[in-house]
Ligand binder design. Structure first.
Ligand code: NAP
Ligand code: MG
Length: 402
């Protein structure tokens, strides 16, 4: 079989530990035999980040903006223990944070659903994608503890020096206060990223805030979404037969639980943090969650939602067998290759990406799976395989499909 050709390189961001091992195996076993893979390679492994003073992370994000599609392996975010372990010059920032800031992106997380793994909420038969606003609110707050007898005020000085002041509270006894902010531009980018992604997936999008209580702050989010939808997206949504639905956050939570899934749920920063963990857990496993960072002008970075699976890596280094789930990392590759295929008009590449995903799901539904899924699967005939064995089992099925 002739290898499938590519025209534009994918931006490849390599990573750390067990996921770095899986990364190479996925390429060797599932991609390189079938695709004449073109990538622009960036090594975001911690050693090379340290060597380049983290410049490689910045370069990779800029390449993602240039070429439009990137695929990223999980990476270590250094803490004190990693400083010693890797003898680091500095406690480098989270690569995901750096890339997100440069791409000004919104993160969309979607579970991969397979037969045999029943979500804790069994009516969720289709995936729920969470879109989390990644700027501001409580994550960029200013807060103080207030001693008894204090008066707390909210003060704003405009560019001409005019002052607006409001009393927050007069404290007879001690207490706490906090100042939050968000920027119109950031909310607008978030709204556009959400509407574009809904068009991309051909799914409804829900958005919810607490605008009945927060009549200026949360209401601003509601208004910006409504305005952008009316002016820029309504016609496109109607053409595709999909819907933009706004409701109160409490109502949204109730409806999500009763729903069957199959839509995107756009969340403010805090709601997205909390709800994405709830949704991921309810669907079964972090190793089955994909994650896509989308910039407002439609540049994509695909990755798995989980980390570098450190514990498995140390077993691997000791020569022990591991059974690490590579599904989300495989779907990061298939997502990126499919997007490249769509942008470059390469139907063969799109078909390959579809087959790779189908073969992966079929493997698990045939009862061949890694240890994490083996514990959860309700299938009667199931076999636990090691990390590499799982990839080989996918390849047997992929070969037939292609
Ligand atoms: P983790 O790598 O996601 O792993 C946490 C635990 O979840 C694992 O120990 C494992 O449980 C299970 N798990 C996660 N992914 C799995 C998979 N693919 N297959 C099987 N089991 C899986 O999170 P962590 O241990 O908190 O973090 C490790 C490193 O990853 C840290 O240095 C952190 O900075 C980094 N991290 C990176 C990203 C990213 O790049 N996007 C995200 C999160 C964390 P058992 O050990 O019980 O089998
Ligand atoms: Mg969280």
């Amino acid at each position: 079989m002739a290898k499938i050709q590519m025209t534009t390189p994918l931006v490849e961001m390599d990573g750390d530990e067990m996921t770095r091992i899986l990364w190479k195996w996925i390429k060797d076993i599932l991609i390189l035999p079938y695709v004449d893979l073109k990538t622009e390679y960036y090594d975001l492994g911690l050693e090379y980040r340290n060597e380049t003073n983290d410049q490689v992370t910045i370069d990779s994000a800029e390449a993602a903006l240039k070429y439009g599609v990137a695929v990223k392996c999980a990476t270590i975010t250094p803490n004190a223990a990693r400083m010693t372990e890797y003898d680091l010059k500095e406690m480098w920032k989270s690569p995901n944070g750096t890339i997100r800031a440069i791409m000004d992106g919104t993160v969309f997380r979607t579970p991969i659903i397979v037969d045999g793994i029943v979500p804790y909420i069994p009516t969720w038969t289709k995936p729920i994608t969470i879109a989390r606003h990644a700027y501001g609110d409580v994550y960029k707050n200013v807060e103080m503890q207030v001693p008894a007898g204090s008066k707390a005020e909210l003060v704003m000085t405009d560019k001409d020096g005019n002052v607006t002041k409001e009393t927050i509270h007069e404290f007879a006894n001690g207490g706490v206060i906090q100042g939050l902010h968000n920027r119109d531009e950031s909310i607008e980018s978030f709204a556009r990223a959400c509407f574009n992604y809904a068009l991309d997936l051909n799914q409804d999008i829900w958005f919810a805030t607490k605008d009945t209580i927060s009549k200026k702050y949360d209401h601003r989010f509601k208004d910006i979404f409504a305005e952008i939808y009316e002016n820029e997206y309504k016609a496109k949504f109607e053409e595709k037969g999909i819907e933009y639905f706004y409701t109160l956050i409490d109502d949204a939570v109730a409806r999500v639980i009763r729903s069957e899934g199959g839509y995107i749920w756009a969340c403010k920063n805090y709601d997205g943090d909390v709800m994405s963990d709830m949704v991921a857990t309810a669907y079964g496993s972090l190793a089955m969650m994909t994650s896509v960072l989308v910039s407002p002008d439609g540049k994509y970075e695909y990755e798995a939602a989980h980390g570098t699976v450190q514990r498995h890596y140390y077993k691997h280094l000791k020569g022990e067998e591991t059974s690490t789930n590579s599904v989300a990392t495989i779907f990061a590759w298939s997502g990126a290759l499919r997007k490249r295929g769509e942008l470059d008009n390469l139907p063969e590449l799109v078909r390959y990406a579809d087959c790779l995903e189908k073969a992966t799901i079929k493997t698990i539904e045939d009862g061949v799976m890694t240890g994490d899924l083996y514990l959860m699967s309700k299938l009667e005939n199931k076999t636990k395989v090691d990390s590499e064995g799982f990839l080989r089992a996918i390849d047997e099925r992929l070969r037939v499909m292609l």
